[in-house]
Design a binder for this molecule. Structure first.
Ligand code: NAD
Ligand code: TDX
Length: 341
């Protein structure tokens, strides 16, 4: 029996990981511990095997709640829980420090107290800052930390705490750093689901700055397969960069989406740039490819097709995600109302 304690499992990547782990490992049982913030969505958990998946509502920064929920026969704790949106961290960093930094330390402490076998921490390429537009420049596991947004700084701090728990206390840890994920069930504040949702409703899509920033995109299930592999085969204390060698400028992404949705390029609106906007992310995944034999299964074309199809097939999911507080967020962030669709 493989007993996993997943934090943030009602979010985009955490819920995809739980789906994947339950499907790929018939002996796997998951406790899903999530605070259900604006980004946590019970709709993301529909269809999971109730015999092997148990949801616990709780906050990773609350030691008593984590202590009460984490059984001592857990094989691995996988920490996805985080405040994850750069733009929100620019408006206010408080929750980013509380969850991403303090919450990670609480999990490390409780994992140690409970004797959990392995602690897998999900980090991001953004801790390494921004790369020049030079085709020979990539993030490797040895790249220096240079976080540029409050979000990235909080994720960098969390990584340092994970490293310290391994070095000082001998906790068995793995850290993974991935680039931009896309796929089903991503909250529509992030570029791809935001633009699909807007385009489906024939609303303008807001491109920051000149639209030439580069991101390294990976289909969410490919990221999750890499996490499962690192959890099962990774070397204790190691960091693994995860990326699909798929760099795209934002404008290219937007044009592909509009073309696939048969929507006009006239929906594109250039809006004020994000303060401190990182220019380019690009991951060198050689280590995880060579050491663990990981390879992405989706191409950009196949991943995008699946993603667009999922949102087109799930208008109720989009409508619920875009209701309530999302409407206030959107008006504040973009200075215009989002439609009811
Ligand atoms: P998400 O925002 O969709 O989900 C985050 C989840 O964490 C939500 O379910 C939320 O309810 C939960 N959560 C937030 N605060 C919590 C708290 N205090 N206690 C318990 N649960 C809490 O995020 P995501 O895109 O699924 O990202 C998951 C992880 O992967 C994050 O750590 C993020 O930094 C990292 N990451 C994301 C990307 C990406 O492209 N989305 C890329 C690299 C790394
Ligand atoms: O409305 C928008 N217009 C726009 O041009 C939004 C929301 C984004 N953008 C741009 C900014 C970025 O260059 O698109 C690019 C992608 O933006 P996001 O989807 O906000 O992602 P990013 O800031 O790159 O960070 C993501 O990848 C790393 C995730 O949100 C992080 O959680 C992850 O760690």
């Amino acid at each position: 029996m493989l007993k996993l304690f997943v934090t943030g499992g009602a979010g985009f990547i955490g819920s995809a990981f739980i789906r994947l782990a339950l499907a790929a490992r018939p002996d796997c049982q998951v406790i899903n511990f999530d605070a259900l913030t604006y980004a946590g969505n019970p709709d993301n958990l529909t269809g999971l095997d109730a015999e092997r998946h148990c949801f616990v509502h709780g906050d990773i920064a609350n030691r008593d709640q984590v202590l009460a929920a984490l059984p001592d026969d857990t094989d691995a704790l996988i920490n996805f829980a985080a405040e994850s949106h750069v733009d929100r961290s620019i408006v206010s960093a408080d929750e980013f420090l509380r969850t991403n930094v303090l919450g990670t330390q609480v999990l490390l402490d409780v994992a140690r107290a409970r004797g959990i076998r392995r602690f897998v921490h999900i980090s991001t390429d953004e801790v390494m800052g921004s790369l020049p537009e030079d085709e020979n420049a990539f993030f490797t596991e040895a790249s220096p930390f240079a976080p540029n947004s409050p979000y990235a700084a909080s994720k960098a701090a969390a990584e340092h705490l994970v490293r310290a728990a391994h070095h000082t206390h001998g906790l068995d840890t793995i850290t993974t750093r991935c680039g931009n994920n896309y796929g089903p069930r991503q909250f529509p504040e992030k570029l791809i689901p935001l633009f699909i949702a807007n385009a489906l409703a024939d609303e303008p899509v807001p491109v920051y700055g000149d639209g030439r920033n580069v991101r390294d995109w990976i289909y969410v299930d490919d990221h999750c397969r890499a996490i499962l592999l690192a959890l099962e085969k990774g070397e204790s204390g190691a960091t693994y960069n995860i990326g699909a060698r798929n760099e795209r400028r934002n404008l290219e992404v937007v044009e592909s989406l509009l073309r696939a949705l048969d929507k006009p390029a006239s929906l594109i609106r250039y809006v004020k740039d994000r303060p401190g906007h990182d220019r380019r992310y690009a991951i060198d995944p050689t280590k995880i490819e060579m050491e663990l034999g990981w390879q992405p299964q989706e191409t950009w074309e196949s991943g995008l097709k699946k993603t667009i199809q999922w949102y087109a097939d799930n208008p109720e999911w989009i409508a619920r995600a875009r209701s309530g507080a999302y409407r206030e967020y959107y008006a504040r962030q973009y200075g215009v109302e989002v439609s009811a669709r």
